[in-house]
Design a protein around this ligand. Structure first.
Ligand code: HEC
Length: 419
């Protein structure tokens, strides 16, 4: 019963999280484009208005005017944009908790990297999010604050380093997700701790007839710029855990770094277009090259293999040694694969799973009978041969030699006639 409820709870929270994230990113994209697209007002503008825009949407015309510091009179009804951000973080944190902390054994812990107890992994995750913000905030308040480009460079190195640390203690998916969650925490904290409080001080100053400190606005604008550049990578990182090629590699932290660059260059295209109308097509070429690098990296052998620790290159290679046995044993490939899958996978992927806490086959993937196994050959290849996403955290101890045997079976095409 609990597993059914837990599944629905996860789905419900995920639904909420995606919707709040759409609202946050949507309003943020809207305001960035609006702000960059403001034009000098025509005719005699109202006092304090420095830019305006005309827009058409949903059957009406909108005339938006921006008061550069503040309107002469503070309106009673002022709409604040903050709950989009807070609700995204809260629902995201709830989802992180449900999936990765309550299910730490399956999703977060990789005993080959660090054999942590569930509470220990949870603690490291929470510390990572908290420290992630504290260190970021300290970097932003250092003398680097006066140089936007240098600051962005240092922050890039910082996020990649954090991702590397996560990748050394967590499963691949756990590491990618925590990199994303750390960035998302920074973004929401920027809103909650700086952007909104600074704006509140400005409003209070104006109401009291004082001149607001322009530095308050400048700091908020700098943090907004960071949020702007982080939006696209954070979405990639949140989705990455559904794609083992992205997370189940020793290079996942480097992939995270490349994706940060892709996000920045794509945002640069749109920012420039909204500001000047100019379309910098080279941005897309750079993004394409970087994405090709991501794809290449996801299939590259890890440095552990190269350094001689961990599985050897031969163990992970899909090019089989010229083994006379291979040809002779062709018909036994399937039998071998079948018994491996049945002993390493079917405790979870069964009609009635035996694994405690698993109420029904995850993702409805059944790996129980010979037919199930043949039907899912390409999925098995993706999850257990090309990547090591399954079994989760190698919890059932699938040996490198067994992965190789699975690869041999898939290569042989044995059993495929039954499809
Ligand atoms: C301890 C339980 C467990 C074992 C053992 C296990 N899996 Fe899984 N498997 C899961 C869970 C949980 C998921 C869902 C992952 C997710 O939510 O993305 C899953 C998902 C999958 C998927 C679907 C992935 C997707 O998102 O499309 C495949 C395919 C798969 N497993 C194959 C295997 C293979 C092959 C083995 C054996 C080598 C195996 N699993 C062993 C728990 C297990």
């Amino acid at each position: 019963m609990w597993t059914y409820f837990a599944d629905w709870l996860q789905f419900g929270v995920r639904w909420l999280h995606v919707i709040t994230a759409i609202a946050w990113i949507g309003s943020s994209f809207y305001f960035i484009a609006l702000d960059l697209g403001l034009r000098k007002p025509h005719g005699a503008p109202l006092v304090g208005v420095g830019g305006e825009a005309w827009q058409v949407h949903g059957g009406g015309f909108y005339h938006i005017q921006k008061y550069m510091v503040a309107p002469p009179h503070m309106p009673e009804d002022l709409t604040w944009f903050k709950w989009e951000s807070y609700a995204t973080w809260l629902s995201g944190f709830a989802l992180l908790f449900l999936v990765y902390y309550l299910g730490a054994e399956l999703y977060l812990i990789d005993p080959a990297k660090a054999d942590l107890p569930a509470w220990g992994a949870t603690l490291i995750g929470l510390l990572g999010l908290g420290l992630g913000w504290i260190v970021y905030d300290a970097i932003c308040k250092s003398p680097l604050k006066n140089n936007d480009s240098a600051l962005l460079g240092v922050l890039f190195v910082y996020v990649v380093a954090a991702s590397f640390v996560f990748s050394q203690v967590f499963s691949g998916r756990g590491a990618m997700l925590h990199t994303g969650a750390m960035i998302a925490t920074i973004m929401t904290a920027n809103v909650a701790m700086l952007i909104i409080p600074n704006q509140k001080i400005v409003v209070a100053d104006l109401k009291a007839g004082r001149t607001p400190d322009p530095r308050l606005g400048a700091v908020a604008k700098q943090r907004s710029l960071h949020n702007n550049y982080l939006t696209l990578p954070v979405v990639f990182l949140m989705l990455s855990n559904h794609y083992p090629l992205a997370f189940a590699t020793e290079w996942n932290w480097a992939i995270a770094g490349l994706v940060l660059l892709i996000g920045a260059v794509v945002r640069h295209f749109f920012n420039t277009m909204h500001k000047t109308g100019q379309q910098l097509w080279w941005c897309w070429a750079v993004a394409g090259v970087l994405f090709a690098a991501v794809i290449t990296l996801s299939g590259a052998p890890g440095w552990r293999a190269a350094a001689g620790s961990g599985p050897t290159a031969a163990e992970t290679s899909l090019d089989f040694p010229a083994d006379p046995q291979v040809a002779l044993a062709r018909s036994s490939h399937f039998a071998e694969a079948e018994s491996i899958v049945q002993s390493r996978c079917s405790m979870c992927h069964a009609r009635q799973p035996l694994w405690p806490g698993i109420g029904h086959a995850p993702k409805a993937i059944l790996l129980e009978t010979g037919r199930d196994i043949v039907l899912n050959a390409s999925l098995i290849e993706r999850q257990a041969v090309r990547s090591h996403a399954m079994p989760p955290g190698n919890i059932t101890g699938l040996e490198p030699a067994e992965r190789l045997a699975l690869a041999r079976w898939i290569e042989s095409g044995d059993g495929t006639w039954r499809r």
